[in-house]
Design a protein around this ligand. Structure first.
Ligand code: C5P
Length: 231
């Protein structure tokens, strides 16, 4: 008998949100009546294929125990790390007892509260037979410039440039090994795909929705509220 492949989620939520210029980490800011993180986790909980959602929290996080979702049976927590990649790796290690090497892991930013569950489901459907995995992304609508010292060095071919979103979906062992090696080599990996690319693989692109914004600056909150209320 072959074991059924399982799907896990890792949510890095250990950031302090320096660019928001507010005291509260951005995942705990209030958005349409609840915290950013609660919206994010509600979207993932709506994806029935996800067996467990591992949330990587800052080692001293006073806000988490207050959330109703903290007691959900499909949610577990672990301590995150210094950078986003460290937090993701901590989440993967915390799943080691239950996840098999071939299982899939969807990594999704805590700060992306407008993820539509159907987009995560489409990612799963599109990639579950893929040898590598891939990410939700959006084609660039702007013309992109390569800049150094405030001056343009080159114009990039827009048709070849996409913006990486999350979730990003990879096999448990592929992602864990890629992150471990990239971190040991002190490679700057700002998403999971970068680590997998660095390991020599070519992740696939699945087109996502423009609503799936990452809360980064204060002006992102009213925009996220607009997207959530429009549903
Ligand atoms: O800061 P940035 O927007 O890149 O953060 C993306 C996600 O990574 C956020 O959900 C943030 O909480 C998380 N993060 C983390 N551990 C860190 C830094 C960021 O889990 N050390």
């Amino acid at each position: 008998m072959t074991n059924r492949l399982r799907f896990w989620a890792v949510v890095p939520a250990a950031g302090v949100g320096k660019r928001m210029r507010v005291g509260v980490p951005k995942q705990y800011l209030s958005l349409a009546g609840r915290s950013v993180l609660e919206h994010t986790l509600a979207s993932l909980l709506a994806v029935a294929r996800l067996d467990r959602i591992m949330v990587a929290l800052a080692p001293t996080d006073p806000y988490w125990p207050e959330l109703a979702v903290a007691s959900d049976s499909r949610i577990a927590t672990t301590a995150g790390g210094k950078e986003r990649a460290d937090s993701v790796l901590a989440g993967l290690r915390a799943l080691a007892e239950v996840a098999h090497d071939e299982d899939w892991v969807l990594v999704h930013d805590a700060a992306r509260p407008c993820l539509k569950p159907e987009d995560a489901e489409r990612l799963i459907e599109s990639l579950c037979d893929d040898p590598v995995g891939g990410i939700l992304a959006l084609p660039s609508v702007d013309t992109l410039k390569e800049v150094a010292d405030g001056r343009i060095g080159a114009t990039l071919d827009r048709s070849r440039v996409w913006r990486a979103l999350t979730p990003q979906m990879f096999r448990y062992r592929v992602l864990r090994d890629a992150l471990e090696k990239a971190l040991a080599a002190e490679e700057a990996v700002t998403d999971e795909s970068a680590a997998v690319e660095w390991a020599g693989l070519r992740p696939r692109i699945v087109e996502g929705s423009p609503d799936n914004i990452k809360i980064t600056r204060p002006e992102d909150l009213p925009l996220a509220e607009f997207y959530l209320e429009r549903r």
